[in-house]
Design a protein around this ligand. Structure first.
Ligand code: NAP
Length: 261
């Protein structure tokens, strides 16, 4: 208490996003899909996009056939949101590809295709979306949230394209944080551990022994389990909300202790 009876600390604010306008890429699946639901429940107007054509599973607030490697497709989607709402407050970059080859590939065997696809979607795609959205965020500020990975911090033998793309996302995020701090535009990254999404399920399906691979992945997380999409959507919600207004340029690790060892 202060001497005049006021609480010493500001009360905790609920994570309310009333009337904020949010864009989420990769929103048809996994972390992006859960983030779309979570930010909507917090009161935001959320518009998602994904490369999928979305036939049969279309969410009313989801636009298909948006390839983040294509600046024109990204620009058209972003403009459609600006035309609808007049502004953008929150950008969440979830679109991504995992380890693309069936087997772990050391650098000297890495194909041009795998390198370019992984860097193109995970890093250049994130750049394309940020570049398209930022002009609409310079007056009002806002929050950019880029999904990196624990692999942005640590190496992974056989996955150099993925680790390089995710480390690149951290560098991009830190530089944007510095470039736009005075405009109230924050940029942060999240570094998830292994999360139980279709991306990881595909990896398990392609493994010679998926059950053993799952056991090894679980064991690499001190908490003894994979994360859930909701674990990451909760962190996205926190970074989107004003409750995190003093955070920018951060890499928020949400990994069940994976990188604590
Ligand atoms: P996911 O379920 O596969 O979702 C990723 C979404 O991105 C999919 O809908 C995918 O569409 C879409 N996408 C792929 N390439 C695209 C492109 N070129 N343009 C637009 N959209 C594209 O995977 P997730 O696990 O939720 O991953 C979300 C993000 O978290 C990714 O950046 C991933 O690297 C990161 N991450 C995931 C984990 C994990 O363990 N799951 C851990 C750390 C970081 P298609 O399905 O049609 O390809």
């Amino acid at each position: 208490m202060t001497s005049d009876g006021r609480p010493l600390r500001a009360p905790v604010q609920p994570f309310v996003l009333s009337d904020k306008v949010a864009i989420i890429t990769g929103a048809a699946s996994g972390i992006g899909a859960t983030a779309l639901e979570t930010l909507s429940e917090a009161g935001a107007h959320v518009r998602g996009c994904d490369i999928s054509a979305l036939s049969g599973k279309a969410h009313p607030n989801l636009t298909g056939n948006v390839e983040v490697r294509d600046p024109l497709a990204v620009g058209a989607f972003v403009q459609s949101v600006i035309d609808e709402f007049g502004r953008i407050d929150i950008v969440v970059n979830c679109a991504g590809v995992g380890i693309t080859a069936d087997e772990p590939t050391p650098v000297h065997l890495m194909s041009d295709r795998d390198w370019e696809l992984t860097l193109g979607v995970n890093l250049t795609g994130t750049f394309n979306v940020c570049r398209a959205c930022i002009p609409a965020m310079l007056d009002g500020g806002g929050s950019i949230i880029n999904i990196s990975s624990v692999m942005g911090h640590v190496g992974n033998a056989g996955a150099s394209a993925y680790t390089a793309s995710k480390a690149g996302v951290l560098g991009l995020t830190r530089s944007m944080a510095l470039e736009y701090a005075r405009q109230g535009l924050r940029a942060n990254a999240i570094c998830p551990g292994f999360i139980d999404t279709p991306m990881v399920r595909r990896h398990l399906d392609q493994s010679a022994d998926g059950v053993e691979e799952l056991r090894l992945i679980e064991a690499s997380h001190p908490v003894g389990r994979l994360g859930t999409s909701q674990d990451i959507a909760n962190a996205i919600l926190w970074l989107a909300a004003d409750a995190s207004s003093f955070m920018t340029g951060a890499a928020l690790t949400v990994d069940g202790g994976y990188t604590a060892a």
